[in-house]
Design a protein around this ligand. Structure first.
Ligand code: CTP
Ligand code: CA
Length: 235
């Protein structure tokens, strides 16, 4: 069976990619958001399509055009993205969580536009944790004993004593996914830029793979790696 109808290393496979940044509503006109452009996830979706896969792109506020030839599902908030991903993951052979999911959302969403207070005081926003979509997808995969490769992304800055890749190793273990693509971020690095560097870590151990270049080149490298990973694990 060829899901994508295409030729290539992912021919016949279904791939779910999430991309962009979620927006968590405060009221009908305001939200808490992040600086993800969606470029990297869109590039992965296009590379998977070019590798012959049938691609579902769960998109949260892209600043770039979605690629042609993929099924687009809009998901604005983390909760909407969670629902879209759980649904599409049920029939996916590969899941790539490239979206920047807000860790918190406002505890309450005002039904009408919030007005300034009369006395000049500023509001204090109460936040609650969002669900961890990646962990949930891994749990669902494990419970259903689905043969599915789950790939996470992590943007890390590193700290005194801990490198971004060390944080990535810890995150890979915590999330339970198969691959984690670690981006080193800082003021001028990665967000909205066209060139990038990714370090790919595998739960199976082994060497770190460094992918460098434009986001398209890096995406093609990641898709090649995914294809090799699938080939390495017997059905
Ligand atoms: N992710 C997710 N759901 C969330 C948060 C993150 O699915 N609520 C996914 C992202 O899409 C990404 C991976 O988890 O693939 C890592 O995201 P990251 O923000 O680096 O991880 P967190 O667990 O939120 O850790 P941190 O405290 O460093 O933000
Ligand atoms: Ca986070």
């Amino acid at each position: 069976a060829r899901a994508g109808g295409g030729e290539g290393p992912l021919a016949g496979l279904r791939v779910l990619v999430s991309a962009g940044g979620t927006r968590e509503p405060l009221d009908p006109v305001r939200f808490l958001g992040n600086r993800s452009s969606g470029r990297q996830g869109v590039a992965v979706a296009a590379a998977a399509r070019d590798a012959g896969a049938e691609v579902v792109l769960a998109a949260a506020h892209l600043e770039v055009a979605p690629p042609a030839g993929v099924e687009l599902v809009h998901a604005g908030s983390a909760e909407q993205l969670r629902r879209a991903c759980v649904r599409a993951a049920a029939r996916a052979d590969v899941v790539v969580m490239a979206a920047a999911v807000a860790d918190y959302r406002p505890a309450r969403v005002a039904e009408t536009k919030m007005k300034k207070t009369e006395d000049g005081s500023a509001p204090v926003l109460e936040l609650v944790r969002n669900p961890d979509i990646l962990r949930e997808l891994v749990d669902l995969r494990n419970t259903a004993r689905r043969r599915q490769l789950v790939v996470g992304f992590a943007a890390e800055t590193g700290e005194a004593g801990t490198t971004p890749v060390e944080f990535g190793r810890q995150k890979l273990a915590r999330k339970g996914c198969d691959l984690l693509a670690v981006n080193q971020v800082g003021e001028d690095l990665v967000f909205g830029q066209d060139t990038t560097a990714l370090t790919v870590l595998s739960a199976r151990g082994g060497d770190e793979q460094v992918l460098e270049g434009t986001k398209d080149e890096v995406a093609r490298g990641l898709v090649d790696r995914i294809a090799r990973e699938l080939a390495a694990v017997p059905a």
